[in-house]
Design a protein around this ligand. Structure first.
Ligand SMILES: Nc1nc2c(ncn2[C@@H]2O[C@H](COP(=O)(O)OP(=O)(O)OP(=O)(O)O)[C@@H](O)[C@H]2O)c(=O)[nH]1
Ligand SMILES: [Mg+2]
Length: 280
């Protein structure tokens, strides 16, 4: 069985740093994982990618030759990749029984405007037989008030719905939001496993106290909270790349999501194993 984790999130959220720390950690566990770079604008990596979109197409060349800007160039690179999927298949050929960590670009255009990454995820799972999952990283420094929290959750949800695969949400750079005693700052901790309903009440109270014009957003805010609750996408795993435990917890969640290793050892259902199941 082959596994692939798409590491997504806005520009600068810490995706490449997280990929490197996952690889370091997997190596200490004696596991074989490979880095795949899908960012044609990437500069350098802590680990050499086993597969790199820059070997197929280079953003700088596209921008120069076709006179595209950076975002148009990026879309062109992805369309080129999707039109040349044989390259991906050839490159992935030797990686049987493997675990790929795929560093993705952050531009939302690739997810929602033109669903290029969703098409790639679907190709990996249906044609190339991978079990595919995703992580979505949000920088903890941007999660310090309610409106940014809602904006962040909406962007994560948009990514999850467009990819159509299981996803864990991660709040990155937690080492930067600790106080001098190493404790997590209260306002950030609150957003890790929040109650959107309670936040809605607070937003409502804020707008009642402030300009009455904001009241017209009550129904919209309530609908957004309802959506977030329905999708069950309200908790974030904290990522502190300086802590092995933190990286380990996240890797276990990802493994669990893809049922990593479960095919190798068939499991006996718990209730048949604990003795209170009588065959007679
Ligand atoms: N303190 C701290 N800094 C971090 C952490 N993760 C990333 N950074 C810093 O944040 C910046 C962006 O990190 P990257 O890993 O390049 O982020 P990215 O999401 O790959 O960025 P793009 O590829 O440009 O979208 C770099 O300067 C990193 O050193 C972290 O966990 N803690
Ligand atoms: Mg990066």
């Amino acid at each position: 069985m082959r596994y692939a984790v798409l590491v997504t999130g806005p520009a600068g959220a810490g995706k490449s740093t997280f990929c490197a720390s996952l690889i370091t950690h997997a190596q200490t566990l004696g596991r074989s994982v490979h880095l795949v770079n899908l960012d044609p604008a990437a500069e350098r990596f802590e680990y050499e990618p086993a597969l790199d979109i820059r070997d197929l197409i280079n953003l700088k060349d596209v921008m120069e030759e076709l006179e595209f800007g950076p975002n148009g160039g990026l879309i062109y690179c992805f369309e080129y990749l999707l039109n040349n999927l044989y390259w991906l298949e050839d490159e992935l050929g030797p990686y049987e029984d493997d675990y790929l960590i795929i560093d993705c670009p952050g531009q939302i255009e690739l997810y929602t405007h033109i669903p290029l990454l969703p098409r790639l995820a679907s190709h990996l799972s249906t044609s190339l037989n991978f079990r595919v999952s995703a992580t979505y990283l949000i920088d903890s420094q941007f999660m310090q008030d309610k409106s940014k929290f809602f904006a962040g959750v909406m962007s994560a949800m948009s990514c999850m719905l467009s990819l159509g695969i299981s996803m864990v949400c991660i709040m990155s750079k937690m080492d930067l939001v600790k106080d001098k005693k190493g404790r997590l700052k209260k306002e950030v901790g609150r957003y890790l496993d929040p109650d959107p309903g309670l936040m809605w009440e607070e937003i409502k109270d804020d707008s009642d106290g402030g300009s009455t014009g904001n009241r017209k957003f009550d129904a919209l805010n309530r609908a957004v909270v309802g959506l977030i609750e329905d999708q069950n996408l309200v908790s974030f795993l904290p990522l502190d790349v300086t802590s092995e435990d933190s990286v380990n917890t996240i890797l276990s969640h990802i493994d669990n999501m893809m049922q990593y290793g479960e095919d190798e050892e068939p499991r006996i259902p718990k209730d048949m194993d604990d003795g209170d199941f009588d065959a007679d």
